[in-house]
Design a protein. Sequence first.
Length: 96
Amino acid sequence: MSLIRKKLNYTFYICSILSFMVLLLPVKYKIAVYSPSILGWIWLLILIPIALITYIWLMVLDIKSKKLKKILKRTLFFFLIILLSLIYWFYQTKKL
Protein backbone atom coordinates (compact mmCIF):
# COMPACT_ATOMS: atom_id res chain seq x y z
CA MET A 1 0.00 0.00 0.00
CA SER A 2 1.42 3.34 -0.98
CA LEU A 3 2.03 6.03 1.59
CA ILE A 4 -0.62 8.35 0.13
CA ARG A 5 -3.26 5.63 0.15
CA LYS A 6 -2.37 4.69 3.73
CA LYS A 7 -2.68 8.31 4.90
CA LEU A 8 -5.96 8.74 3.04
CA ASN A 9 -7.28 5.54 4.61
CA TYR A 10 -6.39 6.70 8.13
CA THR A 11 -7.87 10.13 7.43
CA PHE A 12 -11.13 8.62 6.17
CA TYR A 13 -11.63 6.37 9.18
CA ILE A 14 -10.61 9.01 11.73
CA CYS A 15 -12.84 11.72 10.21
CA SER A 16 -15.77 9.33 9.90
CA ILE A 17 -15.53 8.19 13.50
CA LEU A 18 -14.99 11.74 14.80
CA SER A 19 -17.95 13.09 12.85
CA PHE A 20 -20.16 10.33 14.27
CA MET A 21 -18.89 11.06 17.78
CA VAL A 22 -19.63 14.77 17.35
CA LEU A 23 -23.13 13.83 16.20
CA LEU A 24 -23.65 11.95 19.48
CA LEU A 25 -22.80 15.03 21.56
CA PRO A 26 -25.71 17.02 22.99
CA VAL A 27 -26.98 19.83 20.78
CA LYS A 28 -26.00 22.53 23.27
CA TYR A 29 -22.32 21.87 22.47
CA LYS A 30 -22.81 22.11 18.71
CA ILE A 31 -25.10 25.13 18.45
CA ALA A 32 -24.55 28.68 19.66
CA VAL A 33 -27.30 31.30 19.91
CA TYR A 34 -28.15 31.80 16.22
CA SER A 35 -25.66 29.59 14.38
CA PRO A 36 -23.42 26.58 14.95
CA SER A 37 -20.71 26.92 17.57
CA ILE A 38 -17.04 26.33 16.82
CA LEU A 39 -17.53 22.57 17.25
CA GLY A 40 -20.55 22.66 14.96
CA TRP A 41 -18.62 24.56 12.28
CA ILE A 42 -15.70 22.13 12.54
CA TRP A 43 -18.15 19.26 12.13
CA LEU A 44 -19.93 20.83 9.15
CA LEU A 45 -17.00 22.37 7.30
CA ILE A 46 -14.10 20.05 8.10
CA LEU A 47 -15.00 16.56 9.32
CA ILE A 48 -17.90 15.67 7.05
CA PRO A 49 -16.40 17.07 3.80
CA ILE A 50 -13.00 15.47 4.47
CA ALA A 51 -14.66 12.11 5.11
CA LEU A 52 -16.65 12.39 1.87
CA ILE A 53 -13.70 13.57 -0.23
CA THR A 54 -11.36 10.86 1.07
CA TYR A 55 -14.07 8.23 0.55
CA ILE A 56 -14.48 9.24 -3.09
CA TRP A 57 -10.72 9.57 -3.63
CA LEU A 58 -10.02 6.13 -2.15
CA MET A 59 -12.90 4.66 -4.15
CA VAL A 60 -11.34 5.94 -7.39
CA LEU A 61 -7.90 4.64 -6.42
CA ASP A 62 -9.31 1.22 -5.51
CA ILE A 63 -11.34 0.99 -8.71
CA LYS A 64 -8.21 1.78 -10.75
CA SER A 65 -6.20 -0.90 -8.93
CA LYS A 66 -9.18 -3.33 -8.80
CA LYS A 67 -9.14 -3.90 -5.04
CA LEU A 68 -12.72 -5.02 -4.59
CA LYS A 69 -12.40 -6.19 -0.96
CA LYS A 70 -11.21 -2.77 0.15
CA ILE A 71 -14.02 -1.08 -1.78
CA LEU A 72 -16.58 -3.34 -0.15
CA LYS A 73 -15.15 -2.92 3.36
CA ARG A 74 -14.94 0.87 3.13
CA THR A 75 -18.40 1.18 1.55
CA LEU A 76 -19.98 -0.99 4.23
CA PHE A 77 -18.30 1.09 6.94
CA PHE A 78 -19.41 4.33 5.26
CA PHE A 79 -23.04 3.23 4.93
CA LEU A 80 -23.02 1.83 8.47
CA ILE A 81 -21.99 5.25 9.79
CA ILE A 82 -24.73 6.90 7.71
CA LEU A 83 -27.32 4.36 8.88
CA LEU A 84 -26.36 4.78 12.54
CA SER A 85 -26.50 8.56 12.15
CA LEU A 86 -29.99 8.39 10.64
CA ILE A 87 -31.20 6.03 13.36
CA TYR A 88 -29.84 8.34 16.04
CA TRP A 89 -31.36 11.38 14.33
CA PHE A 90 -34.82 9.74 14.15
CA TYR A 91 -34.47 8.67 17.79
CA GLN A 92 -33.70 12.26 18.83
CA THR A 93 -36.64 13.67 16.87
CA LYS A 94 -39.07 11.16 18.41
CA LYS A 95 -37.72 12.00 21.87
CA LEU A 96 -38.66 15.64 21.50
